[in-house]
Ligand binder design. Structure first.
Ligand code: UDP
Ligand code: MG
Length: 330
């Protein structure tokens, strides 16, 4: 795609959104790096931390920091709502003319933000971090992530960038559009691709997590993948239709074959041992039963989402907000 880009200045106020879930061991390292970063960033900056129902010391560390530094804001959610929702809360509270979304575990090197700002000045509205290498992640995590991005590109949006997570800079006008999408089951990268606007990557090496453990076990990754697939595309529904068609064709073929054998046996009285057909029947029952259940399951996923949306609940509940007195005015 060709973009019409207009050069612009750095944002007056930059917001950095960092969701935290049980990050007590990573926060001291993060704090150090952020303090370094704030020294070199050439504009006013606020950090919006979202405490996503941590059960450790995270919230105490964050609130203490916000007391020391007015640039630190803490949005404390009333329980764990999950990473995508936590980021959404941060996006709602961010006041900046541009925002950066970043993980708390320093897997996204904060210094990359400077490169992102460069692209912002060139006129891009979305600058996403694209991963070159993933050091320190298991073979399993790397292969599942690899497959994840490729399947999602097919299911979610053709513009979904490969190998990029939520680490990105978003301009105000794009953020406002993004904040208008209030669906319950969120896959922010996909929603961002749907919004459009001039987008460009910056490349970086994904460092290993600085401390603590991943908060994205396989279970949560699968949930995210499911959300991405089902919230964005009717393709899974078509898959169940396809499955039905394939099974029906197999059934028809087997039926023809059975008739042919019966014809040979009864009419032509050929000396063929007529198969009692147990295996065929059992196989067919399994095939048909299996595919019906798969189809109902897929349908159920969509209905569950309609049900969730129809309740019209807010995406998250905020317990309290502390700090962050940085104002937008110069
Ligand atoms: N996170 C969160 N809520 C959750 C899970 C994770 O806010 O329910 C945060 C977490 O604190 C971190 C970011 O989301 O800042 C990414 O999580 P993590 O680094 O564990 O994921 P991974 O990099 O292993 O995919
Ligand atoms: Mg991480």
């Amino acid at each position: 795609m060709k973009y019409y880009l207009e050069k612009r200045k750095n944002p007056n106020l930059l917001s950095i959104i960092i969701p935290c879930y049980n990050e007590e061991s990573a926060l001291p390292f993060l704090k150090e790096r952020i303090i370094q970063l704030l020294k070199i960033l050439p504009m006013k900056t606020e950090i919006v931390f979202v405490n996503d129902g941590s059960t450790d010391e995270t919230i105490f560390q964050l609130v203490n920091w916000s007391k020391e530094d007015s640039r630190i804001q803490v949005v404390c959610l009333s329980r764990n709502f999950g990473h995508q929702i936590a980021v959404t809360a941060g996006m709602d509270y961010a006041k900046g003319d541009a925002v950066v979304i970043m993980d708390a575990d320093l897997q996204d090197p904060p210094e990359v933000i400077l490169e992102m700002l460069e692209k912002y000045r060139e006129g891009y509205d979305v600058v996403y971090g694209q991963r070159l290498a993933r050091s320190g992640e298991s073979f399993f995590k790397r292969t599942t992530a690899w497959a994840f991005y490729r399947i999602m590109k097919i299911l979610v949006h053709k513009d979904l960038p490969l190998d990029s997570g939520d680490f990105r800079l978003i301009s105000r006008r794009c953020l406002d559009a993004l904040n208008g999408l209030r669906e319950n089951h969120r896959f922010l990268r996909g929603m961002n691709a749907w919004i459009g606007f001039p987008q460009t990557p910056v490349y970086y090496n994904r460092d290993p997590r600085i401390a603590g453990e991943t908060k994205y076990p396989l279970r949560k990754m699968l949930k995210l993948a499911m959300n991405a697939a089902v919230s964005f595309s009717p393709l899974p529904l078509r898959f169940s239709l396809l499955l039905g068609i394939v099974v029906a064709i197999i059934g028809f073929a087997v039926g023809v074959y059975a008739l042919f054998r019966a014809f040979q046996h009864f009419v032509l009285e050929m000396p063929i041992v007529y198969n009692p057909g147990w295996a065929t029947i059992v196989t067919l029952i399994c095939l048909i039963g299996g595919s019906i259940l798969i189809s109902i399951g897929i349908l159920g996923e969509y209905i569950a989402r309609i049900f969730e949306e129809s309740k019209g609940r807010p995406l998250y509940v905020v317990e309290f907000v502390k700090g962050g007195s940085v104002s937008k005015k110069k």
